[in-house]
Design a protein around this ligand. Structure first.
Ligand SMILES: Cc1cc2nc3c(=O)[nH]c(=O)nc-3n(C[C@H](O)[C@H](O)[C@H](O)COP(=O)(O)O)c2cc1C
Length: 179
């Protein structure tokens, strides 16, 4: 029998990403696990209004979503425990400015550049609605058809209740071909 354990956040594991944005003309980086896909064009990034990075996102309306994998998880994790309100994170990563003006982490194998088109404020969180403008993928993670190969690229996954990171497990089926 299922037990009601209350109104809980339970949609885990979720990919972890480092959001990049410019604040006072310098890049800053924040770790985020609460994000989602909207329609086929956009993503939502949920950021506490107390965070440093929000100011730059609101001012410039641009951000990058850098998908974390194990190769740089340790550094990414630091972006989740240190705030730009306390330390300058602008030199934490080598970066380039994307075609649309957002700072992109060079070592991330997958980065998505977005324009912020709306903000749904809820419970002291900015929930930024972000239109995808460009997706930058390292050639090493692309298959012969130019698509991201998730057998090769393994995003780090996060789980809130125990604060642990995981990695994608084995394939269990072919979608829409199981019957
Ligand atoms: C694994 C992990 C996931 C996180 N996910 C979120 C998130 O989805 N939204 C959020 O507002 N903060 C999240 N945080 C907390 C921020 O990353 C953290 O408070 C950060 O220091 C804020 O940086 P800033 O003030 O420089 O923007 C997460 C932290 C960790 C460790």
């Amino acid at each position: 029998m299922k037990k009601n354990i209350g109104a809980q956040l339970a949609l885990y594991p979720s990919p972890v990403v480092v959001i990049g944005a410019m604040v006072n003309n310098k890049p800053t980086w924040t770790l985020v696990a609460h994000l989602g896909t909207m329609a086929h064009s956009s993503v939502m990034i949920s950021l506490s209004q107390a965070h440093y990075i929000n100011k730059g996102i609101i001012e410039n309306k641009k951000l990058s979503v850098n998908v974390v994998d194990e190769s740089w998880l340790k550094k990414a994790d630091l972006m989740g425990v240190k705030s730009g309100n306390k330390i300058d994170k602008s030199e934490c990563f080598s970066y380039v400015i994307g075609e649309n003006g957002a700072p992109i982490i060079e070592n991330a194998k997958l980065s998505i550049e977005c324009d912020v088109i709306d903000n749904y404020e809820l419970d002291h969180f900015d929930n930024f609605i972000c239109k995808i403008l460009a997706t930058y993928a390292d050639e090493s993670i692309l298959n012969n058809n130019g698509k991201i190969n998730y057998h090769v690229f393994k995003p780090a996954l996060f789980e809130f209740p125990t604060y642990e990171y995981f990695v994608l497990g084995e394939k269990i089926g072919n979608c829409a071909k199981m019957n």
